[in-house]
Design a protein around this ligand. Sequence first.
Ligand SMILES: Cc1cc2nc3c(=O)[nH]c(=O)nc-3n(C[C@H](O)[C@H](O)[C@H](O)COP(=O)(O)OP(=O)(O)OC[C@H]3O[C@@H](n4cnc5c(N)ncnc54)[C@H](O)[C@@H]3O)c2cc1C
Length: 390
Amino acid sequence: MRVVVIGGGAVGAAVALFLRQRGGAAVEVLVVEADPTLARSSSALSAGSVRQQFSNAVNVQMSRFGHQVITEADAWLGVDGAPVPVGWVPGAYLFCAGAAGVPVLQHNHAVQRQAGADVALLRRDALAARFPWLHTDDIALASLGQSGEGWLDGEAWARALGAKARALGAQWRHDRVTGLHLQAGRLVAARLASGEVLAADAFVNAAGPWAGAVGALAGLPVPVHARRRTVFMMTCPTPLPPTPLVVDSSGCWFRSEGRGFIGGWSPGDGDADPDDLPLDQPDLAQFEDRLWPAMAHRVPAFEALRVQQAWAGYYEVHPLDHNALIGAHPHCANFWLCNGFSGHGLQHAPAAGRGLAELLLTGGFETLDLSAFSPQRVLTGQAFVEQAII
Ligand SMILES: Cc1cc2nc3c(=O)[nH]c(=O)nc-3n(C[C@H](O)[C@H](O)[C@H](O)COP(=O)(O)OP(=O)(O)OC[C@H]3O[C@@H](n4cnc5c(N)ncnc54)[C@H](O)[C@@H]3O)c2cc1C
């Protein structure tokens, strides 16, 4: 069997890795990546953070597997015994809720605990005692990860997954898929920018924010949108201890990064969030308009924040429910989707890659049941909503 994987970011690399690990030499895996520098990929431009705090148990379980692969990277991803540096920094997420957000936080907490996550709810007094630098007057409840969370270097992570896939026999092709040829309802070949035509038995769409464009090459809709997110790197002259990744009810988030901080803002319901805004133009106005006021409100010491740098990357948003699409395209049984992670795909790449490989090779899930992510739900409009979206 021959499988062409379109896209060699963290997700495409993980799919390739697990196809070879599960299928062995009987499965020829060819990853086509348009830009081997990964310079515009979401994997390289992400905030690289890993959490256990989701509203759906399966997302918690996917993150727990991702965390396992990260923290045991030498064992999972090592090649010839060499260490695998992915820049892992253990940390924690702190989700803060005002009075209106308490029921959601409590519901999510119950789901997370049941799924094995090590999380604790803190009322205002406990929160203020634990984080004296935090302004807590308008926080009714917060959820703190106690272990199993942190951050890593997204590009190093994608490259480590790719290196292991290669060591297992997957091949990489530096080229762009410019055409997909459908015959009698099945994909039969991919045309590359170089002019080469790759015939295969199965094709995996792992093109991240460009998943919709790849689907369009075959006339097969993939409802994933490239939504720009700007990340600011900041310093603060007022000394502060390292902070967890604070998710504020204002839509802002921030965390320690080295001796400074990174942070950003995500549009909420009712905020404009257009597709395909240029990546080389981070939305610098967001700092003054959104981030700084919210951060200075939450941490008074941040009144003195200074921006050092900013960058932008694309979230690959699946607007129906902000959950991934994992499985065969509803209109084409050998066009496999691994898309739409909506801002949490770096940590879910191993579980998604493993699950897609199982489904493609055996027709079912063998480890974690990912059937809730079936792309069939796009046809029926039956949303599988993830509420803990950042
Ligand atoms: C600012 C920001 C912060 C984020 N923070 C986090 C976080 O904290 N934690 C987390 O888990 N996730 C986070 N994410 C999301 C995460 O980065 C993505 O979910 C994940 O990287 C998606 O990986 P991917 O491999 O699907 O896509 P990508 O990494 O974008 O890879 C897709 C690849 O496909 C290639 N490609 C596209 N079209 C073609 C074609 N026609 N032919 C050949 N190749 C093609 C591209 O060149 C690209 O390299 C964040 C994302 C952003 C932008």
